[in-house]
Design a protein around this ligand. Structure first.
Ligand code: SAM
Length: 127
């Protein structure tokens, strides 16, 4: 079942929302869409890779971040966290943050299967 079917999304509307509603809606969407997102894009983004965009520009080639070894890096909106794992492989102290528990479950599974675990943090989670 697609995220649209799970959530009953019927179209686009514009109205003001506060931060809490925005967070709830984003989390609901990404929790529902995580499996489909990774089925569609997982091959392109890789498991331990830093791809900047759909055109396939890789940090390994572009080096837009400069030297990352020894640097503390927080990846916000990490999804399955391939970028954070790539950064860890380069010697960075990477932490991966996302608001979607479903995305972070993929990140945890890939951390285990690749042997490159990174600390995962759920944004807005109750403590
Ligand atoms: C298009 S996916 C990209 C995931 C990953 N960076 C990649 O390149 O595959 C966007 C991600 O951002 C997360 N996200 C959206 N809004 C967020 C927020 N306000 N705080 C943290 N994560 C957020 C979603 O849960 C989702 O995993």
């Amino acid at each position: 079942m697609s995220a649209e079917e799970v959530l009953g999304t019927t179209g686009v509307a514009r109205r003001a929302v506060d931060g809490a509603e925005s967070q709830r809606a984003s989390r609901a969407w990404w929790d529902a869409d995580a499996d489909d997102y990774l089925a569609e894009h997982g091959t392109d983004i890789g498991d331990v890779d830093f791809v900047w965009c759909p055109e396939g520009l890789r940090e390994a080639d572009a080096r837009l971040l400069g030297e990352v070894a020894g640097r503390a890096v927080l990846e916000i909106g990490c999804g399955s966290a391939p970028c954070a794992r790539w950064l860890a492989g380069q010697g960075a102290h990477a932490v991966a943050l996302d608001l979607s528990g479903a995305m972070l479950r993929h990140a945890a599974a890939l951390g285990a299967s690749t042997g490159v675990p990174v600390p995962l943090v759920q944004a807005g989670a109750e403590r």
